[in-house]
Design a protein around this ligand. Structure first.
Ligand SMILES: [Zn+2]
Length: 385
């Protein structure tokens, strides 16, 4: 199969040939394609979609597969299923089911890179806690985590926690020593506690600018501290609801594209129609504009959008090039998790997207291709020969 499209980095027309799941040629094309080609997205934080929550005590391998397919329609070739704060048993079940799904299907094993545990070792304060259920917020417990890591078959690659909780610094040291990325998030830490977390091995901030108090001391606060720390990466959610454009632009300028990544943080309600829902022990509402909130509060409960929307938004909000924004949603999260990059180079496994995009417009996925399949999104034109 040969795909003709404009290379996301150069804008030049290229012909990418795939045989047996690998790219065997990438050469100039004599056609004038309108679609673009780029490595598929990698999102480090997906909580579910279309009413399926990875936290659900009834999660099945088939539901895991459904979420993977929904994500692929948005150009997400691989991601980290993310479990949030819950009971010991709910999280054990979630990780065991995800591991079972990957063990049973080698395609899922390629499309899921590892798991992200966001919680339960977070701040219990309103604001930093976000939509995490207060009853299950607790202090870090390495034995408890080890049980979850065993259930996951060792696939938990990232843990987001609040460093001010008792025992958090030793926990971060253990995570780091075991090769798990320790991320700061949903925190009410002092500036000194942020600095101590970084010394202990924390290397990134999770969705910086969200999971925060509504008001903060203007200078001495955890936002400035994380922004100023050159040893911390950051993820942001540029879905149009979590952060205003000015904040997306400022964080992007401060961190630079080398220490930044995009996540959509898709909620289990992503892709659901507006209405009232009950998830994770909380009453949530999907608003007509796609925003998902804890009912009757301004607190956001994950995103209703996916990575494709976030990439297009980031270009507009932060003035990035297409290539820079794609890197934030593909190469950068892979770098953070120490995974090999997805590339368009000869010899690479097929793992790319073809999409429609105009400067300052939306990004519309037409195809997603990996070593197992070439999936054309229904109703959209073809660029295959
Ligand atoms: Zn969060």
């Amino acid at each position: 199969m040969i795909y003709h499209a404009r290379h996301f980095r150069t804008g030049e027309a290229v012909a990418v040939t795939v045989e047996a799941g690998r790219i065997v040629a990438c050469s100039p094309s004599d056609q004038r394609p309108t679609l673009w080609i780029a490595p598929a997205f990698f999102d480090p934080q997906i909580n579910g979609a279309r009413g399926i929550s990875f936290n659900a005590p009834t999660l099945t391998p088939l539901q895991v597969q459904t979420v993977v397919e929904v994500c692929r329609r948005h150009g997400i070739g691989s991601f980290c299923p993310t479990l949030i704060t819950g009971s010991f048993e709910a999280l054990r079940h979630g990780f065991a089911t995800l591991a079972q799904a990957m063990d049973e299907d080698k395609r899922l094993a390629q499309r899921i890179a590892g798991f992200h545990l966001e919680g339960p070792y977070l701040s219990a304060e309103d604001g930093p806690r976000g939509a995490h259920p207060k009853d299950y917020i607790r202090d870090p417990d390495w034995d408890e985590f080890r049980h979850w890591q065993d259930a996951a078959g060792g696939r938990i690659r990232m843990v987001t926690l609040a460093p001010e909780r008792p025992g958090a610094l030793a926990f971060i040291e253990k995570l780091t020593a075991s090769g798990v990325v320790a991320a700061i998030g949903h925190t009410a830490a002092t500036s000194a506690q942020i600095r101590d977390a970084v010394k202990a091995g924390a290397c990134t901030s999770t969705h910086l600018g969200n999971g925060c108090h509504a008001t903060l001391p203007r200078h001495d606060n955890y936002l400035w501290e994380q922004l100023a720390c050159d040893d911390l990466w950051a993820s942001i959610i540029p879905d149009g609801h979590h952060l205003p454009a000015t904040v997306v632009k400022c964080i992007t300028r401060i961190k630079g594209v080398q220490r930044l990544l995009i996540t959509c943080d898709a909620s289990s309600l992503a892709g659901m129609p507006p209405g009232l829902y009950h998830e994770w022990g909380a009453d949530l509402e999907v608003l007509p504009n796609g925003k998902i909130v804890v009912r009757g509060t301004p607190f956001l409960a994950g995103s209703g959008h996916f990575t494709d929307t976030c990439v297009a938004n980031c270009i507009r909000m932060a003035g990035l090039s297409l290539a820079e924004a794609i890197d934030l949603a593909s190469a950068q999260p892979r770098r953070l998790l120490n995974l090999p990059p997805a590339t368009l180079e000869v010899g690479a496994k097929a793992d790319f997207i073809l999409f429609e995009w105009e400067p300052n417009g939306e990004l519309c996925i037409h195809h997603i291709v990996d070593e197992f399949s070439s999936f054309s999104i229904a109703g959209r034109g073809s660029s295959e020969t």
